[in-house]
Write a protein that binds this ligand. Sequence first.
Ligand SMILES: *Cc1c(COP(=O)(O)O)cnc(C)c1O
Length: 359
Amino acid sequence: MSRVYNFSAGPAVLPEEVLREAAEEMMDYRGSGMSVMEMSHRSKVYDTIIKEAEADLRELMNIPDNYKVLFLQGGASQQFAMIPMNLMKNKKAAYIVTGQWAKKAYQEGQLYGEAVKVASSEDETFSYIPDCSDLDIPEDADYVYICENNTIYGTKYKTLPNTKGHTLVADVSSCFLSEPVDVSKYGIIYGGVQKNIGPAGVVIVIIREDLITEDTLPGTPTMLKYKTHADADSLYNTPPAYGIYICGKVFQWIKKMGGLSVIKQRNEDKAKLLYDFLDQSKMFKGTVRKEDRSLMNVPFVTGDKELDAKFVKEAEAAGFVNLKGHRTVGGMRASIYNAMPKEGVEKLVEFMKKFEEEN
Ligand SMILES: *Cc1c(COP(=O)(O)O)cnc(C)c1O
């Protein structure tokens, strides 16, 4: 067996320990005589799996009792519609556009009501987080929407926007469980799990109970009402059962590591290795404002497209894969999620040093 260092933005690297355990349990999950893939989602065995996953997530994130945890499908992208369908009572919401995912959510919001762009960093190709301390948020906006970590551009909010009392909704797909959060500051925290938590196909939505109502926009499909899934404890229909099982294992892994404070420290150490190197390199440069740098996604360039391509190619041959930047940004991007070992980042930096010396 030979594993590479996988810097993919998503689906992304998972802890080896989790993959090994899943492999061991593949044919016979703990004496059930079957794989979790083959199991009824209404069975006792599966009920324990999903309940434990939820309990572990609640413990890790210290989720208050007045929040529901939903395991849904449709990707983070489906939430771009589900959020306005369920929350736009006044048919108005404020969006802060800090990258492509926020922009897509903003555009989707326009299908359902008045989506107001209250701030944006598009003027400088999303290379920074705008000042959100005193935004002009419409009085009757139902919520303020952010994408907390911008996967493509590599920026992250270091302080949450001042929503002036409005409900905060955050897409945390690419920073989920990367550090402790105060859940009570949000109305909804959600993310696709394929960046930092598990296999593609599961979206976790953490939602304050008062936002779960029957009062959705007319025509909202049953499957797109938060209430449908909240009332059924995420078992209204068949959930992405195997994916949730793997997420549960990742929660256990994080607990064993010591929880989110320890994970945050590890992530800061890893990111520092790479950013410190970029800051002193004559060849490679980070692409975003320093104070807004993401701990998870680190884009960088040489300034020369051919040299970028050469780097990506040689890196891949050396076992550092998926370093090519997003098609809209170019250059390189190293995604260094929770499961990327420190060793992977150290070796990448060594490789970059060597490349710089030789080119
Ligand atoms: C990947 C990503 C998405 C899109 O996720 P899908 O599950 O493919 O819909 C949305 N938001 C952010 C921040 C992402 O990183």
